[in-house]
Write a protein that binds this ligand. Structure first.
Ligand SMILES: C[S@@+](CC[C@H](N)C(=O)[O-])C[C@H]1O[C@@H](n2cnc3c(N)ncnc32)[C@H](O)[C@@H]1O
Length: 392
């Protein structure tokens, strides 16, 4: 297999935002000294063109919506549900890490961190250091601002130090940009972001290398990706190159080859108010082989519906589900459901009918609309453990 490690296109910003071209190696550098020991919270960036720029552009242009706008979203509960699943997974593997490593200062990489939607999860996980990396510069800036804002809080402020890096992790290795490039982290978490690397073997390999090279032996690489088997089954049952519902749509080009590609099997993914971007199918046997090549052994693989079942066995997760409003009350106390289409709640309605009715209590259940449930269940969670490779 080919391998790539093109680590030569670095851009670093100074406070004024001006930059200088370094003639020898395509490095645009303002403040070379800051490379040695960047202060907590400095942003560095490193990426190449071209599809990455579409993805970065898409996420950069996503508006940072306020709480009230988020609360009105058609997919509010699905977003909460996905956040709850991520919390469960991060906690589960952080607990395993705590058993394996007897250190007080655990470190993590949030690969494809976006605007920092998981910062609170890292605070709760009580880590010592977080490395946030993303291709979208605006998102990384917002992530850093969010971290700094949270630091001012009286309660629940993150106690961990953090660094922020802009890099196309499918094209470049970001390790050299770290404050301490010799640091090995205990968890690399790549949530809803890994699939962008399956554009080509080289890109997938660079992404996996970015995870593996930063992980300590015994640490975990966590990912959530769309399940290619599910998507293929849906396409063949619909006898179409597209499928979707009220909240999402997946559309392959008309000229998609009959024999599926291992890499570069591109489709357009649309998610109500959140994503409208090209993505790539991840062929899971290939992913596992690639990971193993870099000492990452698959130890966990579950569709979200099964992660949900597992999480519901755990009392703390059940409490967190309530706290995070990860499911929608049906019928809604306000009289308005996320979808006005009653067909979206047929399962919840049936469930209520089957429950013994107590004349004094209005029966109520927690659910997701059928469309949101289908959209969340596109995803699979995987975890890989970093193992020592035998000397080659
Ligand atoms: C759906 S968002 C998920 C954000 C965050 N992980 C979360 O769960 O909320 C996908 C993220 O992956 C990032 N991303 C896509 N391609 C990337 C690449 N090549 N390198 C680094 N980040 C990338 C995007 O900019 C975006 O922030």
């Amino acid at each position: 297999m080919a391998s790539v490690s093109s680590c030569n296109s670095t851009i670093r910003n100074n406070a004024a935002g001006s930059s200088m071209l370094h003639p020898t190696n395509n490095v645009i550098e303002d403040n070379p000294a800051s490379n040695e020991n960047p202060p907590t919270g400095s942003i560095k960036r490193k990426f190449e063109e071209p599809l990455g720029s579409i993805v970065a552009g898409h996420y950069n242009n996503l508006e940072e919506k306020g709480l009230s706008a988020r609360n009105e979203s058609r997919i509010l509960y699905m977003r909460n549900f996905n956040n709850w699943i991520k919390s469960y997974l991060i906690n589960k593997f952080m607990n395993m890490v705590r058993e394996n490593f007897h250190t007080h200062s655990l470190a993590a990489v949030d690969l494809g961190c976006g605007k920092g939607g998981d910062l609170l999860k890292w605070t709760k996980a009580n880590i010592g250091h977080l490395i946030c990396v993303d291709i979208a510069e605006t998102s990384v800036r917002q992530c850093k601002e969010r971290y700094e804002f949270n630091k001012q809080k009286r309660f629940g402020a993150p106690r961990f130090s953090a660094e922020f890096i802009v890099a196309d992790c499918t094209k470049v290795c970001f390790q050299s940009l770290l404050g301490d490039p010799t640091r090995r982290v205990h968890i690399v978490s790549c949530q809803f972001a890994f699939h962008y690397c399956f554009e080509s073997l080289q890109q997938a390999e660079t992404m996996v290398k970015n995870a593996a090279s930063n992980l300590a032996t015994g640490g975990f690489f966590l990912l959530t990706i769309p399940d290619a088997n599910y998507i293929m089954k849906k396409l063949s049952s619909e006898k179409s190159n597209a499928f979707g519902n009220e909240v999402f749509r997946i559309e392959f080009p008309d000229d998609r080859p009959e024999v599926p590609l291992l890499f570069g099997d591109r489709y357009q993914f649309f998610l109500e108010g959140a994503v409208d971007c090209p993505e790539f199918l991840v062929h899971q046997p290939t992913l596992k082989r690639l990971c193993l090549k870099y000492g990452l052994e698959c130890v966990y693989q579950k569709r979200f519906s099964d992660v949900y079942k597992d999480a519901m066995q755990d009392e703390q997760s059940r409490m967190l589900l309530q706290k995070m409003s990860a499911l929608e009350p049906y019928p809604s106390p306000s009289g308005t459901q996320s979808s006005s289409n009653s067909q979206e709640y047929v399962a919840a309605c049936e469930h209520l009918k089957q429950q013994q009715s107590d004349s004094n209590v209005r029966p109520c259940t927690l659910t997701l609309s059928a469309s949101e449930w289908q959209a969340t269940n596109i995803y699979t969670a995987l975890a890989f453990k970093k193992i020592e490779l035998p000397c080659q």
